[in-house]
Design a protein around this ligand. Sequence first.
Ligand code: SAM
Length: 388
Amino acid sequence: MAVSDFMDLSRPPARPGLLQRLRTLRNRLVADAGFQRRVARFPLTRGFARKQSEALFRATTGFVQSQILFACVEINLFAMLADGALSTEDIAARASLPLRSAQRLLPAARALGLVRNSGHGMWMLADTGAVIHGNEGIRAMIRHHAMLYRDLADPVALLRDPQRQTETADYWAYAGERMGRDVSGADAETYSALMRSSQDLVATEVLDAYPLERHEAVLDIGGGEGAFLAAAGKRHPALSLSLFDLPPVAERARLIMKGAGFDGRFTAHGGNFFTDDIPGDADCITLVRVLCDHDDAAASALLRNIRRSLSPSATLLIAEPMDGPKPGESAAAAYFAFYFLAMQSGACRSPQEITALLAGAGFGSIKRVRTRNPLFASVITAKAVNEL
Ligand SMILES: C[S@@+](CC[C@H](N)C(=O)[O-])C[C@H]1O[C@@H](n2cnc3c(N)ncnc32)[C@H](O)[C@@H]1O
């Protein structure tokens, strides 16, 4: 007879187990101020205590750090310093700030590793500032977060009432129950420009991890304005490129890709990926930052629709941030849990959860492909199994 015949394994045991009791005792000890003082003084635990308190400080003050970064982007500080050093007075004048405000902002930006002193009261870009200056997508994302933070100003209210009106849900006009219906050209323009400008780092990560040279034709579903395909097309000149997205987005992709010189080898298909037929002639289908936008039922419907048109030898590639135990993965998952809360749709899933969705939609040969930086994307590939 199985153990489960005797016990209801879905319920926690009535009495806490030994491990739980030990952890509770440990937590009482850690909460004690005297114990904390001893750990902070003792040479072997001092470093650990400092790291713990720094992590707590970062979590407590994260909003202020984001606002310092946002202010630097808004006043164009990184562009100002791109060609060399400036004094505090110069920066204050160019940014239309009182001198006292520049004197407050610049040391704060230095503490975040955005700028550095170059002597004689002059300021230059530090490495992170230089990276932000070089990437319009990062700046666009930093600006975009002002909207998210308005929605998250009262996180408990949003957690209690996840359907309350949010700007983030309005912004992603295709998501949630709307399932891609009635997305206007204006809606599409707003989110597509943000997606295009932030695609660079993602495409580099994905194409390094899974070079597309082994394929002849790639179809990017929910491919936005074609930024991922443009990056793939530049790396692999023989690859034929096609994209499927909502009609106003597909139209934008057509114009942009034509302007970028991909005219002869690029096709854009407009339609709804939940309900319309997906062209089946590509040997690689990509879903880049798409599946995570949708709740499980919608994600399954999308995978089933792709499965219906997929040729048996074709590969499906899913690239998006995924949940996992590594620091980059769990940080991405914590962030996206709240992003998707404000968006009222979507989930940052673990590879196991994506595997379950894929298997349920008729996919097999499911493999994880390692990427360098899981903050940008993790990758899973799959193939259609013979029988649905
Ligand atoms: C988060 S964006 C990702 C865009 C692009 N793959 C990237 O990574 O930059 C999701 C894309 O899916 C498209 N999309 C959403 N719902 C759709 C639907 N029902 N049918 C077709 N495309 C859809 C959106 O228009 C958008 O371009």
